[in-house]
Write a protein that binds this ligand. Structure first.
Ligand SMILES: *[C@@H]1O[C@H](CO)[C@@H](O)[C@H](O)[C@H]1NC(C)=O
Ligand SMILES: *[C@@H]1O[C@H](CO)[C@@H](O)[C@H](O)[C@H]1NC(C)=O
Ligand SMILES: *[C@@H]1O[C@H](CO)[C@@H](O)[C@H](O)[C@H]1NC(C)=O
Length: 363
């Protein structure tokens, strides 16, 4: 039965109102690499993917989703903590209408700060493209709720960006005598990366980002993949540890200066190297039996090749700091997010996310 005109108007008003109401909730946007990709690469022709078992074995559906984790990843746990639904990958066909207003995840496994990072993975969404998609997102949402409200939604959003590890692992150190390592000595490469990263963050700011959580790299040299291929006598790879130790403090400095230039603490940085190093140096204190052996993999430390159905798989994933040769387990991700929310200023500069959220709620 056709609706009467007045009923129709009323119905449309009700829909419009619910769209507005939902847009008042804080949106969440995610940019970066496999540490935060929630499944964009499932839609691409690439070898960097996590869409087959045993990935997702501890996810609520117990099925692979494209997350590089046994269960939840860092963005999921942040969403959980802020009481929001997990944000969908931007390429997901389910990301339409209402759901767009919760935010979007633009991250893509394999990418780096530099365009040439991860070239071996073929078709991945590089940083400049993630930013283009963010612009496109704003146009789509603008058509839904108008330009002004879209601007407010973006300005009020929480943003997470995790990128940089691949610029070492899948670029500078990918092969001996890589093009970048012939072009730059390590300290100069680090300076170059930090200055390129600065440009990306300025662009993000121009696109409306006003609260951005930036994570440094983890202790790159201590991942099972590096222990298996570069480690010396069961220790971490000195060279990759040196890279992380040069990079992280310069990242913090760059962000401090960027905040000064803007005149506001737009960028909050998580010292993920220190945070992650805590459970690498003392796994038992965090309930892990090991931080050296990956739960899923093969070869020494389960650190060689990919995690697949024919890999060794540990029984109890919460006892392992690393799920696969490169990526933390859900349990480790939970510890990382805990520090992001509640860590002291030696982990979170200039302040932790709880303090940040409390400040934002007041304005
Ligand atoms: C990366 O590639 C895009 C598209 O070709 C280009 O616009 C951008 O300037 C490049 N970025 C760098 C740092 O070279
Ligand atoms: C798995 O390990 C965690 C941490 O040691 C422990 O609390 C939990 O009971 C274990 N689960 C099973 C099923 O054994
Ligand atoms: C971080 O967050 C917690 C609340 O979870 C707060 O009690 C603590 O003081 C904060 N630490 C710093 C150094 O800001």
């Amino acid at each position: 039965m056709p609706m009467a005109a007045t009923q129709m108007v009323f119905f449309l008003l009700a829909v419009a109102e619910s769209v507005v109401l939902q847009s008042e909730a804080r949106a969440f946007f995610v940019f970066g690499d496999s540490l935060v990709d929630s499944g964009n690469n499932n839609y691409l022709v690439t070898t960097a993917r996590a869409d087959s078992p045993p990935y997702g074995i501890d996810y609520p559906t117990h099925r692979p989703t494209g997350r590089f984790s046994n269960g939840l990843n860092i963005p999921d746990i942040i969403s959980e903590r802020i009481g929001a639904q997990p944000v969908l990958p931007y390429l997901s066909p389910e990301l339409t209408a209402q759901r767009l207003l919760n935010g979007a995840n633009f991250a893509s496994a394999g990418i780096g700060i530099l365009n040439d990072t991860g070239f071996q993975f073929l078709n991945v969404i590089r940083m400049y493209r993630q930013l283009e998609y963010f612009q496109q997102y704003q146009q789509r949402v603008g058509a839904l709720i108008g330009v002004d409200r879209t601007k407010r939604l973006v300005n009020g959003a929480l943003i997470l960006i995790t990128v940089g590890g691949n610029d070492f692992v899948n670029n500078y150190y990918l092969v001996p005598y890589s093009a970048r390592s012939r072009q730059f000595a390590l300290p100069d490469y680090v300076k170059f990366l930090v200055s390129e990263y600065r440009k990306l963050l300025m662009e993000l700011y121009k696109l409306g980002a006003r609260r951005v959580l930036v994570t440094g790299t983890g202790p790159l040299g201590c991942a099972p993949a590096e222990l298996a291929t570069r480690g010396t006598n069961g220790g971490c790879s000195d060279e990759l540890q040196r890279a992380a130790s040069l990079y992280n403090p310069q990242l913090v400095e760059m962000l401090k200066r960027l905040n000064q230039k803007i005149g506001k603490d737009v960028f909050i940085v998580a010292n993920t190297q220190r945070l992650h190093m805590d459970f690498i140096s003392n796994p038992q204190a965090y309930g892990f039996t090991t931080s050296k052996v990956a739960c899923c993999g093969q070869g020494p430390y389960n650190g060689l090749g990919l995690c697949t159905e024919i890999s060794n798989l540990c029984q109890n994933r919460s006892q392992y700091a690393f799920w696969d040769p490169f990526h933390p387990s859900e349990k480790a991700n939970r510890l990382i997010v805990e520090s992001i929310f509640s860590g002291s200023t030696s982990y979170m500069v200039p302040m932790n996310l709880s303090t940040t959220m409390a400040l934002d709620a007041r304005t």
